[in-house]
Design a protein around this ligand. Structure first.
Ligand SMILES: [Zn+2]
Length: 590
């Protein structure tokens, strides 16, 4: 990814409102000048996640997470820095700078989205217009899908033939390349390019923002495979995406989420009014899936076939969920009768029937113990030990202490022990996977850090420093190091961009070793907000005086041991003069 110009990032930040953007994900409540919410990055009951509209930054006093909107999106949506910038740019209708100059191997994704959207429209049109579309429509009708539902999910039709898509795009070189990159076309050994999806009903897979990122296709006839998905591409990652997520969120506020295996299951359930449903994309449930789902709802219901394959897939889902079971969250497992899938069940028994089956879903304890009992060696000499040793590593992963204790009690019961007798086993099996929380200690505020902190939070106060000749002169030295150099850089940035605000300022240090310090200092609160200009000037004066005193004392100490060189004597006198000046300046302003 080519370097993104900082002016462009500044511009994005000035167009984005942190409160508005975070509000799309969390419920923010007004608290004084700020907004608060329960932190999305650690589990809590009382809100310690603060958003400051004036500084355009956030901070969690529980886990220490902090930053501007770019940091938030990166952490919340698991995006990289360039991905985040791109997403923000898109939201504001801006095109990324250096679009065509990008010299990296990573293809630029915006044109890929574009191509996929055109494919999506093309296939939808075929469902309405193509002379052979009736067979697809008939199939959908047979499955009880109305035109309205098909439209909501943007169902399309890929006609027979090898080059429908290629013809539509007129085989222009750039587009063919994009069709290959997005997996919509395939090149064979003879370098012949042909459409991936042929004679299939197509389900566009849309990402969380509604962009088409790939397709799932169901064979209309007896073609194999029955289901065909887009391959992994720069914009499509099966392990991170769920079919129907965008549509489910659009349909209603999410109170729970049913996770099924097929596209038709999603459509069929939605058709019967069960809209809180998504499907995995031909892959097993991943940790990323579970994390993503828990960001939108606290209740997950995994729905699988009742056969061996279904139970195996459910167990895998359980394994991926355990570490995500914070307080208030639950996962349940719904197993369908032999031969049924969600589609057939809801068609036969309607919404009510499906809901009833859902009521009977197993909770985590039931499924966990049932599975373990089935899989432990019943011929083991010590079955009790076998049971405990098998179960504990799973139970130990659960972060919710109450749920964990409940399961331990059940384990004790099943092993025919008292809870106290089980305890030594539990201690032995302590997991080493406690998630590390970010350090939240308030940092010590030296005069230097006070200066940085005030300047970051009130960039316009740079003008105050500028009008103070001695401070301005000090800040213009080229030999400043460490935090003093940091002040100089912040100061210069503030002067160069008089309208800059906190979040833009800290953004400048993202890839700098001082980034964490800068974000923390941007959050530092002061006992009083009064006379911040004065506090700023005093702090910097204080630092300069301290440095002068240090240098003077070093020279004097040296002079007591051996005589000073003429230069050193000269330096000492200059320092003493400067110190006097600083002192008088400091008293002038107080
Ligand atoms: Zn937090």
């Amino acid at each position: 990814m080519a370097l993104i110009p900082s002016d462009f990032i500044d511009d994005l930040l000035s167009r984005t409102d942190i409160v508005e953007t975070i509000q799309q994900h969390l419920t923010l409540k007004k608290a004084g000048a700020n907004f608060v919410a329960c932190c999305p990055f650690h589990h809590e009951k009382t809100p310690s996640f603060n958003v400051s509209p004036s500084k355009q930054i956030y901070k969690c006093f529980g886990c220490g997470a902090s930053g501007n909107i770019i940091s938030f999106i990166m952490e919340y949506e698991h995006l990289t820095f360039p991905e985040t910038i791109e997403q923000l740019a898109e939201q504001h209708g801006l095109s990324m700078p250096n679009k065509n100059q990008s010299s990296t191997t990573q293809p630029h994704v915006a044109p890929l989205y574009d191509t996929l959207e055109q494919c999506n429209r093309f296939y939808q049109l075929q469902l309405r217009r193509h002379s052979e579309a009736s067979i697809a429509i008939e199939y959908l009708k047979q499955r009880g899908i109305t035109g309205e539902t098909a439209q909501r999910f943007q169902v399309g039709f890929a006609p027979r033939g090898w080059d429908n898509l290629l013809k539509f795009f007129k085989e222009d070189n750039h587009t063919v390349k994009r069709l290959l990159t997005t997996g919509m076309a395939i090149k064979n050994e003879k370098q012949r390019v042909y459409d991936r999806f042929r004679h299939r009903i197509l389900f566009p897979i849309r990402n969380r923002t509604g962009k088409t990122i790939g397709f799932g296709g169901r064979a209309i006839g007896d073609e194999q495979p029955k289901y065909l998905n887009s391959p992994e591409t720069p914009v499509f990652h099966k392990g991170r995406e769920l079919y129907g997520m965008y549509e489910a969120r659009k349909a209603s506020a999410l109170t729970e989420m049913v996770i099924v295996e097929g596209y038709m299951d999603v459509l069929s359930l939605a058709q019967h009014g069960i809209t809180q449903v998504v499907a995995t994309l031909g892959t097993a449930v991943t940790k990323e899936h579970v994390q993503l789902l828990f960001r939108y709802t606290s209740k997950l219901i995994f729905c699988f076939d009742g056969d061996a394959a279904g139970r195996k897939a459910a167990w895998r889902a359980l394994e991926q969920s355990l570490a995500e079971l914070h307080e208030g969250r639950s996962v349940r497992f719904m197993f369908l009768p032999e031969g049924e899938d969600p589609d057939s069940l809801v068609q036969a028994q309607g919404q009510e029937g499906f809901k009833q089956a859902q009521q009977q879903a197993q909770d985590i304890a039931t499924f966990l113990f049932e599975h373990i009992q089935q899989h432990i060696n019943t011929y083991a000499v010590d079955q009790q030990a076998e049971l405990i040793q098998t179960a504990l590593p799973f139970i130990n992963q659960i972060p919710n202490a109450i749920l964990q204790e409940l399961l331990l009690e059940q384990l004790a019961q099943q092993a025919k022990l008292s809870r106290t007798q089980l305890q030594p086993w539990v201690k032995q099996a302590q997991p080493a996977t406690l998630t590390q929380q970010k350090n939240n200690t308030n940092i010590a505020l030296s005069p230097l850090r006070t200066t940085i902190s005030i300047l970051l939070q009130h960039p316009t106060l740079a003008a105050t420093l500028q009008s103070n000749t001695s401070l301005h002169t000090w800040l213009q030295q080229s030999n400043l190091t460490g935090e003093a150099k940091l002040i100089k850089q912040i100061y210069e940035r503030c002067l160069a961009y008089p309208d800059i605000h906190t979040s833009q300022l800290i953004e400048r240090w993202r890839n700098h070793p001082g980034f964490d310090l800068v974000t923390q200092l941007a959050e530092q609160s002061f006992p009083s907000d009064a006379q911040l200009a004065q506090q700023l000037v005093d702090a910097l004066h204080h630092h300069i005086q301290y440095m002068q005193t240090q240098s003077i004392e070093t020279l004097l100490a040296k002079g007591r041991q051996q005589s000073l060189t003429p230069e050193e004597q000269h330096q000492l006198q200059a320092l003493i003069r400067a110190q006097k000046q600083t002192k008088s300046k400091a008293s002038e302003t107080t």
